[in-house]
Design a protein around this ligand. Structure first.
Ligand SMILES: *[C@@H]1O[C@H](CO)[C@@H](O)[C@H](O)[C@H]1NC(C)=O
Ligand SMILES: *[C@@H]1O[C@H](CO)[C@@H](O)[C@H](O)[C@H]1NC(C)=O
Ligand SMILES: *[C@@H]1O[C@H](CO)[C@@H](O)[C@H](O)[C@H]1NC(C)=O
Ligand SMILES: *[C@@H]1O[C@H](CO)[C@@H](O)[C@H](O)[C@H]1NC(C)=O
Ligand SMILES: *[C@@H]1O[C@H](CO)[C@@H](O)[C@H](O)[C@H]1NC(C)=O
Length: 250
């Protein structure tokens, strides 16, 4: 019995010694995104985004649109879930599928992987729901920061919000991250935050050389401002999809 007790103690010690920042950290701009994917036969997929103002969420375009046999298909159902420490208990949920992806976004190569989700209403800020500013071009790329997401667990999306410190270096037009925590595809859209501002959006999961990679938002500021300043943006639906193709699971 005594050895079992020691074993349990060691396992617990290993679990809590990870390098994550505790979720008591306040990240009120973080939006958990749930959406249907046609390529998953209408099943739900997961990403994260950052609340830019009272109406717009900044995320990766690949979370909003995908290539299906040469057509750019936007997600039919997207749920923005605010104040969500655990994915099963969101504080506040909005469904809106009005998306604008960067005009040079390529859903196959994932170049210019940046998109904006229009909540189509003005959401009320609280201490748990707050926007976050974008870094200006002359702020320069940071050498370190942190990013938050839900990660991957047993090949599925993770369930608990956590944040990880990262160091970043620039290469190939991206901010390449090193961290003790690996980013997964379910963390796409996660904001790289430094000095209280967004510097990048996660567009690549971990590989052998990095913990993930962020697209620098500073290069896209004028596009973001131009899109979000409009009052009634027109939806850019490219193809009619039969309703029967999409299963709503939430
Ligand atoms: C992450 O960075 C913050 C700010 O630099 C620091 O206070 C915190 O201790 C770091 N956490 C870890 C787990 O390294
Ligand atoms: C899909 O998007 C890419 C990149 O923006 C574009 O080059 C291509 O023409 C689009 N395809 C269709 C069918 O609209
Ligand atoms: C936006 O909201 C208005 C009502 O507030 C509604 O009539 C309109 O259809 C919505 N647009 C989209 C694209 O959901
Ligand atoms: C992150 O992923 C890489 C490549 O898959 C792997 O070699 C490395 O051990 C992982 N690191 C952690 C902390 O899980
Ligand atoms: C701003 O958006 C409008 C309409 O979408 C477009 O015609 C214009 O070229 C854009 N301007 C810039 C600077 O991106």
């Amino acid at each position: 019995m005594k050895s079992l007790g020691i074993l349990v103690y060691i396992l617990v010690a290993i679990q809590v010694s990870t390098d994550d920042i505790p979720t008591t950290l306040s990240v009120p701009w973080l939006v958990h995104l749930r959406f249907t994917r046609l390529s998953l036969r209408g099943k739900l997929d997961t990403c994260v985004g950052a609340l830019y103002n009272n109406r717009w969420v900044l995320t990766a375009a690949s979370c909003l649109m995908e290539d299906i046999e040469g057509y750019n298909i936007t997600s039919r159902y997207i749920w923005s879930r605010f104040d969500t420490k655990h994915v099963f208990t969101p504080g506040f949920v909005i469904e809106s599928s009005d998306v604008i992806t960067h005009p040079q976004f390529d859903p196959i190569t994932l170049e210019n992987n940046l998109g904006l989700l229009d909540l189509n209403r003005s959401i009320e800020f609280t201490d748990k729901i707050q926007p976050i500013a974008l870094a200006e071009s002359d702020d320069g790329p940071p050498s370190s920061g942190f990013a938050c997401g839900y990660g991957e667990k047993d090949g599925k999306f993770g369930e608990d919000l956590f944040c990880a410190n990262v160091t970043v270096t620039e290469a190939d037009g991206l901010l390449i991250a090193q961290s003790s925590v690996n980013a997964s595809k379910y963390d796409f859209g996660a904001a790289l935050v430094s000095d209280g501002k967004v510097h990048g959006i996660l567009v690549r999961a971990a590989d052998d050389n990095s913990a993930g990679a962020f697209l620098p938002t500073s290069k896209f500021l004028s596009w973001i401002e131009n899109v979000t300043i409009e009052k009634e943006p027109e939806s850019e639906e490219t193809l009619e999809v039969d309703d029967n193709d999409v299963l709503v699971a939430e």
